[in-house]
Design a protein around this ligand. Structure first.
Ligand SMILES: NC(=O)c1ccc[n+]([C@@H]2O[C@H](COP(=O)([O-])OP(=O)(O)OC[C@H]3O[C@@H](n4cnc5c(N)ncnc54)[C@H](OP(=O)(O)O)[C@@H]3O)[C@@H](O)[C@H]2O)c1
Length: 404
């Protein structure tokens, strides 16, 4: 196995420097090279994984005990033995085909592969597990390290025994967390980080005295965002259903509003205005939110619900990007004229940010919020659960039984 890895790496370095994303132009070429150089043990040629072979409802999920074992293609990659993963709404959406136009373009920018070449596709963005192999440029990790991370959606996911990803996208797992706990955090905490730190400019220096409203506070991103903001010292008002009040209070929210009790806009009128609104719901909430921001004071509305990928799916990449550009710029300008910033937020994988989030976990400032744990054999039921909505934190999948 090591020989395959090294050979790929040397080739990878050379081709990458010259702007070619990889020396292997087709999957067929890659396979023939692997065979020539392989010293792999038989057991490492295939692995169990949940895959989809086409987009659709939950019955497209298929357990494949003979999924191709992942291979290191770039010198900064690592192979991780997956102990646990967790599901996010994007997994259900990707299973339905959402984002496929943009994700396929990222996977294959020159469009040399045939349509459907992304299949069999493995979902599952979060990973907590143990490093098995490292590329030659990986400095921070070695085989045996316990790591956590969030894998970008254009890569094969972690609903598998092994996954390959960049060393830049992972971090050392906080020792205080089991793999099951750790797998619940990366994707949602990094999304909360992208929203609050990168889009709204918040951090521990800037948070004290700031009033933040979180709409959709009881799900994965909401529960992560409350904790991050409280760790940084902000005042947090959380919007959720009444049955989530106890959970949300336990995470440190200062005020809680039940969006089902009465019109949200009526209820928010009694609140002081906000410096930041994080909208995890979108649609109607986007229309009502702006009146509750402090105008002309740098206040920001940030939403996770954007039409970016949907536009590309529906209109194709060129027209979709054009539509997205027009929509975003007109909203930014319209709200700027009223004295507030408007932002779209996108998850971004980052090992360094996860290092910082890990410190907050170590200090007891961020804890996992797990709604339900499923076994690896029960993945389709986990998808059904996430699809029904009403999450209270995260849905986690235990991939291996030894999960310390
Ligand atoms: N742009 C990105 O990169 C990015 C990244 C991550 C997530 N997202 C998107 O962001 C959204 C939230 O993600 P998530 O992982 O937190 O989802 P989630 O775990 O499914 O949580 C959504 C939460 O919102 C609550 N909710 C639904 N309607 C509400 C309303 N009108 N007011 C207040 N709360 C409401 C739900 O509970 P109840 O229905 O029981 O109230 C649930 O707790 C999803 O649409 C997801 O696709 C985008």
């Amino acid at each position: 196995m090591i020989n395959i890895v090294r050979w790929h790496l040397i080739s990878g370095i050379k081709s990458h420097r010259f702007g070619d994303p990889g020396i292997f132009k087709t999957a067929k070429q890659r396979c023939s090279c692997v065979q020539e150089f392989s010293t792999s043990l038989k057991r490492n040629l295939v692995m169990p994984a949940w895959v989809i072979d086409k987009y659709g409802s939950n019955d497209v999920m298929r357990f494949n005990s003979n999924m191709v074992f992942p291979v290191i293609n770039y010198p900064n990659e690592v192979i991780i033995k997956v102990h646990a993963t967790s599901l996010n709404p994007i997994d259900v959406n990707m299973r339905n085909g959402y984002g496929s136009a943009s994700l396929n373009m990222t996977r294959d920018p020159l469009n040399v592969k045939s349509s459907g070449s992304e299949f069999p596709l493995v979902l599952g963005r979060d990973v907590s597990g143990v490093v098995m192999e490292c590329g030659l440029n990986v400095r921070y990790f070695k085989p045996g390290d316990q790591v956590w991370g969030a894998i970008p959606p254009w890569k094969q996911g972690a609903l598998a025994e092994f996954v390959v990803t960049s060393g830049n996208e992972i971090s050392m797992k906080p020792k205080s967390l089991s793999h099951t706990e750790a797998a619940s955090l990366p994707y949602v905490t990094l999304t909360a980080w992208a929203a609050l730190a990168n889009s709204c400019g918040l951090n521990k220096e800037k948070c004290p005295g700031k009033r933040v409203l979180i709409i959709g506070a009881s799900g994965g991103v909401g529960t992560a965002a409350i904790q991050l903001l409280k760790a940084w010292g902000a005042h947090v008002t959380a919007v959720c259903s009444e049955d989530a009040f106890t959970l949300i209070k336990s995470l440190g929210a200062d005020d809680i509003v039940d969006y089902k009790a009465a019109q949200l806009s009526e209820q928010l009128k009694s609140q002081e205005l906000f410096d930041v609104i994080l909208d995890n719901v979108g649609g109607e909430t986007e229309k009502l939110a702006f009146q509750f921001l402090k105008p002309w004071s740098g206040a920001t509305y940030a939403t996770l619900v954007t039409p970016f990928l949907y536009n590309n799916d529906r209109l194709g990449i060129a027209d979709g990007m054009m539509r997205t550009g027009v929509t975003l710029s007109s909203k930014v300008v319209k709200h700027l004229c009223k004295g507030v910033h408007y932002r779209w937020v996108f998850f971004s994988p980052s090992g360094p940010y996860l290092d910082e989030i890990g410190e907050l976990v170590k200090d007891g400032k961020i804890r996992p919020v797990i709604d339900e744990i499923f076994s690896f054999s029960d993945v389709p039921n986990a998808f059904s659960k996430v699809e029904k909505g009403h999450a209270r934190g995260k849905t986690v999948i235990k991939v291996t039984e030894s999960n310390k």
